[in-house]
Design a protein around this ligand. Sequence first.
Ligand code: KG4
Ligand code: ZN
Length: 329
Amino acid sequence: MYVLGIETSCDETAASIVKDGRCVLSNVVSSSLKEHKKYGGVVPEIASRMHLESITGVVNCAIKEAKVKLKNINLVSVTCGPGLAGSLLVGISFAKSISLALRVSLLGVNHLHSHIYANFLNTQRLSFPFVALIVSGGHTTLFYVKDFDKIDVLGATCDDACGEAFDKVAKILGLGYPGGPLIERLAKSGNPKMQFSCSNTKQLLDFSFSGIKTAVLYYIKKQSTVHSQLVRDIAASFQGAVIDTLIKKSLLACRLKKTNRLVIGGGVAANNRLRERLYGEAEKSGLNIYFPHPKLCMDNAAMVAGLGYQLFKKGYKSGLDLNIDLCAH
Ligand code: KG4
Ligand code: ZN
């Protein structure tokens, strides 16, 4: 079964063809990132206009690269939320039109659940149940996953998302956007000697990143000069504190749910320091850790096609009244 996946929840216009839910035949991503760089974050209006310009070419490219014929596509799976309303609308409208024209089924899927699904693509073998941590620019959520359609939220951020905190701290440090990869690079030659930490939350499995961002801001304001080694040290200290909290809460969730499988996903999962530290923890505590391929951590449509396949097999389908779902979590 060939599924066409479409993802437009933020600034990436993505399309992919996945065979039988696992085999990625094409995975095309066009990002409007450079249009947003000068604003230091994604501008929703620009993102949705760029989706409009790119979507036809991106979908055509995915079909061509996969070497499938339009008539062989069995399902169109599309992200319906959470995300930016204007961006989601472009993907959903396009998916509806193409499913109507091809007379094939349509299915709307949850963006965060599709980030979890990235771990099932290609060679990974993973069984239920497990704890999943999704860390992206818009979300930081711990899930307990019993099946593709049985996913409970264990905890989430009370303020900024983890990736958002990386982006904002990078802005404070004058590094540019997106901040995650820039902070990771500088942190490599930094000394994590500053005592930054993430705030406590009422619920043990929730997260808070807004306080640490402000702590970095005040720290910088107090300095008379900000030389490059100081920036590296701040990057390392901030990254270390964020990773500490991600690991602490994920391990606690695994203990509470009595599972030894921990799955990571979302843009921040591309962070190599997070990977190293988690693998280290895994060795100590007998956990099995799963990360998607770095290419599949960031927003992509292969994860949308794959999850669509699994849900369709379970009998899920959407009608042409499919709408954006901003309340999805
Ligand atoms: O999942 P994603 O592509 O888009 C959303 O759904 O938000 O995640 C993008 C986020 C950005 O905030 C970016 O700074 C962060 O992921 N990110 C990273 C790294 N690569 C991307 N954060 C930390 N370390 C990285 N290497
Ligand atoms: Zn995402």
